[in-house]
Design a protein around this ligand. Structure first.
Ligand SMILES: [Zn+2]
Length: 392
C-alpha cells in the first residue's frame, strides 16, 4: 500500500526514531514501547506531506488518500490534498470565521466549524459531498438532535458563503445537506389555562417583589422577548408611547429590538416606577429592598425567573415545563390555535421551520394579535377560574 505514517520525534531514552505501529495506533520506540510520538506526518508519494497532532486524524487522512488514489487513478493529483491547499476547508474556514466576529453566536460558530475542520479540513471544499457531510454529522456522538441540526445549519451557511465568494464551488457542486429531524427535541409545553394558573400562583408567592411576576407575564405575552432581554431593560427603556427598546438582544449584537407594550403592562411599569424609584439607567428587573440574601437594586441573575417559575409551577402541580416552554412556546402555540397558524405566521415573519417551533410575534403588526390574545385569554381564564373555584 502506498504512503505511510511517520514522525520526526525520537525516543527520549535511547534517541532512536519512533516507528509507526498501526496495531498500537501511534509511533513508538522499538525498544521502549511506552515512549510515543505526539506529532504525526502522513507521507504519500510522490511529494505529499501532512502533519497531524492526533494519530486518528493522520490515519483517516492516509486511508482517504489511498481511497482517492484507488478511485481516481491517473487523475489523482497530490497537490489537491496538501493541507494548505487554498480551497480546502481548513484554508477557507478562518476567512469565513473572520466574517462572523460580530455575531453574538460567534463562539458557537467557531466551535462547530473547527470541529468539522478536524474531519474535513484537508479536503478541497469542492470534493466534500453531501454523503461526507452526513457521515460527519451522524458520527458526532453524545449530542442532541437539535444540536446536530445546528451543526448542519452552520455547515450549510459555510457552504453558502463559499458559493457566494465564487471560484470555490459552483451551484451544481453545492452538496445536499441531510435532513435532521429533531422532532424529539421539541419541549413539553402547557396550555393557557395552566400558564395562567402558574402566573396567578407566582403573583401570590412573590408579593415581596411584583416584578418577578411582571417579567414572567411579559414573557408569556410578547413571544419575541427572550428571558435575557428582560435583564437588559432599564428604567428608561419604556418611552412615552408605550414602546420598549431593548439594546443588544440575545441573538443580535449591536442591534436593538422594540416591543409595543399592551396598556395594562404600561400602567404596571409606571406603577412600579413610582413604587421603586430609581435613576433612568438602573436595571428595571432588580431586587427590591429588604429581601433576605438579595442585595437591593441588584439585577436579577440569569436563573432568578427560572427558579421562581419552577416554584410556582410545582405548587400548582405542573411538572417538566420550565420557564421558556411554559411562557413563550406555550403562548406561540396557543396563538396559532386561536388565530390560525397562517395569521400567526404572517405576524411572526418567520420561516416555516422556525415557526413550527414557536411563533415569534414582533413589530407593530403583532400588536393586534397580542390584543386579541390577551382579551381572549383573560376572558376565558377568568371564566374557568370562576367556575372552578366558585368565587366572585
Ligand atoms: Zn528508546
Amino acid at each position: 500500500m502506498e504512503g505511510g505514517i511517520y514522525t520526526r520525534e525520537k525516543c527520549s531514552v535511547c534517541g532512536k526514531t519512533l516507528r509507526h505501529d498501526g496495531g498500537k495506533h501511534g509511533c513508538f520506540c522499538p525498544d521502549h514501547s511506552k515512549i510515543g510520538a505526539r506529532t504525526f506526518i502522513v507521507k504519500f508519494p510522490p511529494n505529499l506531506y501532512q502533519t497531524f497532532t492526533q494519530y486518528e486524524k493522520a490515519s483517516q487522512s492516509l486511508n482517504y488518500l489511498r481511497h482517492e488514489k484507488g478511485t481516481r487513478k491517473q487523475r489523482f493529483n497530490p497537490d489537491d490534498y496538501k493541507s494548505i491547499k487554498p480551497n480546502s476547508f481548513a484554508a477557507l474556514k478562518d476567512k469565513y470565521l473572520a466574517r462572523k466576529t460580530d455575531k453574538a453566536s460567534y463562539r458557537v460558530i467557531c466551535q462547530i466549524i473547527n470541529r468539522a475542520n478536524e474531519t474535513l479540513g484537508y479536503i478541497n471544499v469542492r470534493e466534500i459531498t453531501g454523503a461526507d457531510i452526513e457521515d460527519y454529522l451522524v458520527g458526532i456522538a453524545g449530542i442532541s438532535e437539535k444540536t446536530r441540526f445546528n451543526h448542519m445549519t452552520q455547515l450549510r451557511n459555510f457552504w453558502k458563503w463559499c458559493l457566494k465568494r465564487g471560484n470555490i464551488i459552483t451551484l451544481a457542486e453545492m452538496p445536499s445537506f441531510p435532513d435532521i429531524d429533531y422532532t424529539l427535541g421539541y419541549r413539553k409545553i402547557t396550555d393557557w389555562e395552566t400558564q395562567e394558573k402558574v402566573l396567578n400562583k407566582l403573583k401570590e408567592i412573590t408579593s415581596h417583589n411584583p416584578k418577578i411576576w411582571f417579567g414572567i407575564d411579559m414573557l408569556a405575552t410578547y413571544t419575541s422577548l427572550r428571558p435575557d432581554d428582560l435583564r437588559r431593560l432599564r428604567e428608561e427603556s419604556l418611552d412615552t408611547n408605550g414602546w420598549l427598546t431593548i439594546y443588544n438582544p440575545t441573538k443580535k449584537k449591536n442591534k436593538f429590538k422594540t416591543i409595543r407594550l399592551h396598556p395594562d403592562h404600561v400602567a404596571l411599569w409606571r406603577q412600579y416606577q413610582e413604587k421603586y424609584p430609581a435613576v433612568p439607567t438602573m436595571p428595571f428587573f432588580r431586587h427590591a429592598p429588604g429581601i433576605k440574601n438579595c442585595k437591593p437594586d441588584k439585577l436579577f441573575n440569569r436563573k432568578y425567573l427560572y427558579a421562581w417559575w419552577n416554584n410556582a409551577a410545582e405548587e400548582i402541580g405542573l411538572k417538566g415545563v420550565p420557564l421558556y416552554p411554559g411562557t413563550k412556546h406555550t403562548t406561540a402555540t396557543e396563538t396559532a390555535k386561536l388565530l390560525g397558524a397562517d395569521k400567526a405566521k404572517v405576524a411572526s415573519g418567520l420561516t416555516n421551520k422556525a415557526f413550527d417551533r414557536y411563533c415569534q410575534v414582533e413589530g407593530d403588526g403583532s400588536y393586534e394579535v397580542i390584543t386579541a390574545i390577551r382579551t381572549k385569554k383573560k376572558a376565558e381564564v377568568i371564566q374557568l377560574f370562576r367556575s372552578a373555584k366558585g368565587i366572585e
